[in-house]
Write a protein that binds this ligand. Sequence first.
Ligand code: G6P
Length: 662
Amino acid sequence: MCGIMAYAGREAALPVVLDGLQRLEYRGYDSAGVAIVIGGDDDGHRSHGSPTDEHAAKIVVRRAPGKLRRLSDLVAADVAAGRLDGRVAIGHTRWATHGPPTEANAHPHADCRGETVVTHNGIVENYEVLRVQLIAEGHCFTSETDSEVIAHLIERYVAGGADFPEAARRALGEIRGANAITAIHARRPEMIVAGRTGHAGGLVVGRGEGEMYVASDLPAMLERTREVVFLESGDMAIVTAGGARFQRLDGTPVERGFVTVPYDPTAAVKGGYRHFMLKEIHDQPRALLDTLQGRLLGHAPWIRLEDVCLAPEAVRALERVVFVACGTAWHAGLVGKFLVEEIAGIPVEVDYASEFRYRRPLLTPRTLVVAISQSGETADTLVSLEAARQAGAQVLGVVNVVGSQAARLTAESAGVLYTRAGPEIGVASTKAFTAQLAALALLALHLGSVRGALDAPAALALVAALEALPDQAAAVLGHDGAAGAAVAASASPVGPLGQPASATHDEYESLASRYHRAKDVLYIGRGIQYPIALEGALKLKEISYIHAEGYPAGEMKHGPIALIDRDVPVVAIAVRDRVYEKMLANMQEARAREGQVIAIGSRGDTALAAKASAVLEVPETHPLLAPVLTTIPLQLLAYAIAVRRGCDVDQPRNLAKSVTVE
Ligand code: G6P
């Protein structure tokens, strides 16, 4: 989940790499580093001599613990004085796995002579064995990381007479696990070698005019090029300013065609909001609109899903659906279970990808395994998909990032259902989640319709409710409508929370001032709102570091009620649905123990106001779609509390946006 960015071209490479890293910082921000090739012959003709050759290039490495800003400050004087003026550079932002986030453990890592320099994302599973071997051969290690072995392996093969790309290929062949690397070498100063092993740690090669890029994710280069190649697992790219050639790790050359990616880079800027997270919360009406647009029909078959390619007979033959996902996406899967079981009548299981992959799930060709993932790059989710495919199940992706690995993997099977939420930068997922809920409703309707499981009035009611959702989400946010949301995101002046001043969020500010010192918060819900209680609790703990737990309200009396006293706020989701009365009873139980109840309720529910310290209202919708709306106040509440506590909302400690390690 670290971020990699590399550049070879006509411009000074360092600013390009630093800019790319800044756009990747959501992948990790424990430390950052760059390596720049200085001197040497840019076209590489004169550079095969000894490293002491006065014409040979030298590689300068600069690293700093902490966020990228510290690295930028560190190199600022050198950059201004033109001392780091090379045309080829690689860079890295780290999310620590092996070794604490010190300067010594920051990437890039060099070999003993400082000739081979490497950045790495992933985990070298056999690094201990390799490290022992390399030390026995006389190599000196300066970090505690698994990554450093790669630099020394390349050094070993170069010393044995191999050219740099060949040495890198052999090194990549020795490491186990899911890994992505870039490497440079002082004797090939014109060249960057990039490579991937295993099913995680994506790498993208981008092409410009006389300049090339390599990065772990698209946002790093989208401002500069949209022509890209996604490296496959087991691919290697040899990149110079003039272009790239590709080969498999067994040495066979391969053709990889560049594709043009559709994202609008302006979507990834804050647009007047104080934090990406807040911008993304306010972007939800637009994200929902885009996710639904063109997919709803006013008549049977009700839904059109352009990239889902399950044949109707395969849908009718389905015996089971299994959702696999991590984090927030797993909560979407829990909601998806209600949707698919109720709408399509197919039994559903929901599994954490990190659990699914280590058990022996009973899969058949009549099982549809659906991976839900914002990034499409989460290591455990990818491995689960691969395992499901190998076990003969059909696999489908509900994915946000176009062309991500999950999307490419599932495109060959049951297809992809893109969520169209647009780039999500805040580490805490918001708009991707509600877009996933909308997409899962579409999927359930599609499956139900093909199987003849729902009658026309039921289908019509759901379609109408889906159509109304973007505007209802906008209303929760205080916008005029879904279109109004788009305008608000770009133009309005900024209010106290950082949102456009037109949106009224005073109630969240006042709740934050009352509850920001809480040490524990309980979130309760029932039925389809129970996963939303989990999601609300996750949002709060991720960004405010307050301990929070989501619980099915009916289970309170089997343990958690013991925690309640006047210092433990209870957030209760109590919209008017079939368990509404039960929720009211659970709220009473909390209040009887001096618990302060914050209720999320249906608009105009006066009965609720009498049973809670505060009520956050949402418009009424179809009960199966209500989670989309009840999520939004929980996001705003977590946000307001985190801001009040002075937390780093977009980059919470210890977390990363894309978890590309197991
Ligand atoms: C990380 C992120 C979460 C996200 C989870 C799954 O933990 O911080 O926000 O829900 O990964 O990511 P995915 O990209 O697969 O949805």
